[in-house]
Design a protein around this ligand. Structure first.
Ligand code: UTP
Length: 290
């Protein structure tokens, strides 16, 4: 099984992040020095993926532009002798092959993935949500790709969440195969704590088989009136073709303000130049607000 493509759905309206996202896509909001989506693309490249398929809408062209050359800016940086920044701007433009497809109506994540059918055709592919950030050693899409390559099955990334958070996620039921891997038997999208079959919640990393497209084609809208990817995954689970892998490290849902702000601080604290000043200012703020 050779997997080269990462489908990154970025066509949602980011309503939780309004008004910041009225005209700027959520995926382009900065986390420390980089837009959110650049972290996602870099994670994919680090795992050996070479092509990115952005599922976009009409307001999202600046995402594709971010991974393209900007000759005027490059000339300006060159003339100003800002060579380090020039190199960085060129590096970002050279990161990946970018393919854009338009999701004309935002009918849900399952529909966004289906929009990439003509590009992915009969190949297995990765899906990485454009607002779900994962950091740490041995975590992220690379972990799922290793399992997919070894088994030929589709794989979803899961994390353990407390009871009061399960209703925000798709939740799996599965047989524990050891080493943080599960054979998925069933899935429920956004269950109540009473209905949830476990505390293993699906996060924004998947490796999918092309047969998911046929399942999605015939699928009705589910929770929230949206075509849910979780519902389509049940079709793979029914054929014993779906595994789940527990992911570790730090995870931030950039669509949630507390998570978004914490991610900024997480990165800034790792920057030697900023760290001390930032800690000092945070301490001052905390002492003022208490
Ligand atoms: P979210 O539900 O987190 O994003 O979808 P959203 O819809 O943009 O945000 P809110 O909930 O209104 O604040 C997860 C990812 O799936 C994409 C989004 O762009 C986001 O990156 N998505 C969602 C699509 O591409 N198309 C859709 O129809 C729905």
């Amino acid at each position: 099984m050779q997997i080269k493509k990462a489908v990154i759905p970025v066509a949602g309206w980011g309503t939780r992040s309004l008004p910041a996202t009225k005209n700027v896509p959520k995926e382009m909001l900065p986390i420390f020095r980089k837009p959110i989506v650049q972290y996602i693309v870099e994670e994919g490249i680090g795992a050996g993926l070479t092509d990115v398929v952005f599922v976009t809408n009409q307001n999202k062209t600046i995402i594709e532009d971010h991974f393209d050359r900007n000759f005027l800016l490059e000339q300006l940086l060159e003339r100003a002798g800002k060579n380090e920044m020039l190199e960085e701007v060129r590096r970002v433009a050279g990161l990946v092959n970018v393919i854009g497809v338009r999701q004309k109506e935002q009918l849900g994540l399952g529909h966004a993935v289906l929009t990439a059918r003509e590009i992915c055709k009969n190949e297995p592919f990765a899906v990485m949500l454009g607002d779900d950030l994962l950091f740490g050693i041995n975590t992220g899409i690379g972990e799922l790709l290793d399992v997919a390559h070894a088994t030929g099955k589709a794989v979803v990334g899961v994390i353990e969440v407390p009871d009061d958070k399960v209703s925000k996620y798709g939740v799996i039921q599965g047989d524990d195969l050891g080493d943080g891997t599960y054979r998925v038997t069933s899935l429920v999208e956004k269950p109540s704590p009473e209905e949830a079959p476990s505390n293993l919640a699906i996060i924004g990393r998947y490796v999918l088989l092309p047969e998911i497209f046929d399942i999605l084609e015939g699928q009705q809208a589910g929770v929230g009136g949206e075509i849910q990817l979780t519902d389509a995954l049940q079709g793979l689970a029914d054929r014993d073709k779906l595994l789940a892998v527990k992911l570790g490290g730090q995870r931030f849902d950039a669509g949630d303000w507390v998570e978004y702000l914490t991610a900024n601080i997480y990165f800034a604290l790792q920057d030697e130049e900023l760290r001390d000043d930032l800690v000092k200012r945070l301490q001052e703020l905390l002492s003022c607000s208490s």
